[in-house]
Design a protein around this ligand. Structure first.
Ligand code: C5P
Length: 226
């Protein structure tokens, strides 16, 4: 089943401490963004790529896209101050319907089988998100004091891609804007409408490149994929 992917790529990457957009840092001699976009460029089921970027970075990103090649329609939109605003700009720009995927540009290690399952599940149920089981015990802490220990059996770590019927995502995004609600993923916006969201079990390889250690891990993951 065909889908369109919306990719927020307009972050500053402060936690990476690279002094530039972390998506331009390289793994295996190519930028993180090159690897992520490449997955969708090479997927025959991906109809269109909508990229939220910072306007001053668009020429660099266009260069990266040309390097990879590919025949997909790529639409650029201007990213916002927060990730959610960048995704909202993609949602606003989209002209079609059907299933859309939201995927962080900073997660290059996704595979096509995960995308297929998410798209299929979102088609059936409206919303489906990639996630892995929490490995560690997770506690709620205030002022360095433990307030509560959560039951690990019920905890999942949420990733992207997140797949939605476009109409549902649009409604959720518009409601969030209306209510001044800022979430940490698109699923939250759909949840607050009272709509159910299905988990699709993903892989621990689907890491978000956030800190320098992740880059070293990325080199290993890329090598293993070859
Ligand atoms: O900072 P973090 O890694 O959580 O960002 C996730 C994704 O959202 C990244 O691909 C980043 O470029 C993007 N982003 C964005 N606009 C922002 C902040 C982050 O497109 N204002």
């Amino acid at each position: 089943m065909k889908y369109t992917v919306m990719i927020p790529a307009a972050g500053s990457g402060k936690r990476m401490g690279a002094g530039q957009n972390k998506l331009f840092l390289e793994i295996g001699g190519q930028s993180i963004l090159y690897h992520t976009i490449g997955v969708f460029q090479d997927d025959p089921y991906c109809n269109e790529i909508i990229l939220a970027v910072r306007p001053d970075e668009q020429p660099i990103i266009q260069g990266i896209l040309e390097q990879h090649g590919g025949s997909k329609t790529i639409t650029f939109v201007e990213g916002g101050d927060e990730r959610q605003n960048s995704v909202a700009a993609c949602i606003e720009a989209y002209k079609g319907d059907g299933i859309v995927l939201v995927h962080d540009a900073a997660r290059p290690f996704i595979d096509l089988s995960l995308i297929r399952e998410l798209v299929h599940t979102a088609h059936e149920k409206g919303a489906a998100i990639a996630a892995v089981r929490a490995k560690d015990t997770i506690k709620i802490v205030e002022n360095s004091m433990v307030k509560q220990t959560l039951n690990r059996e019920r905890l999942w770590m949420i990733q992207t891609p997140q797949a939605f019927r476009y109409e549902l995502l649009k409604e959720a995004s518009e409601a969030a804007i209306q209510d001044n609600f800022l979430g940490t993923d698109e699923s939250m916006l759909v949840e607050r409408l009272g709509h159910s969201v299905q988990i699709v079990e993903s892989s621990y390889d689907n890491v978000k490149m956030t800190t320098q250690e992740d880059l070293a891990l990325g080199e290993i993951l890329l090598e293993r994929r070859k």
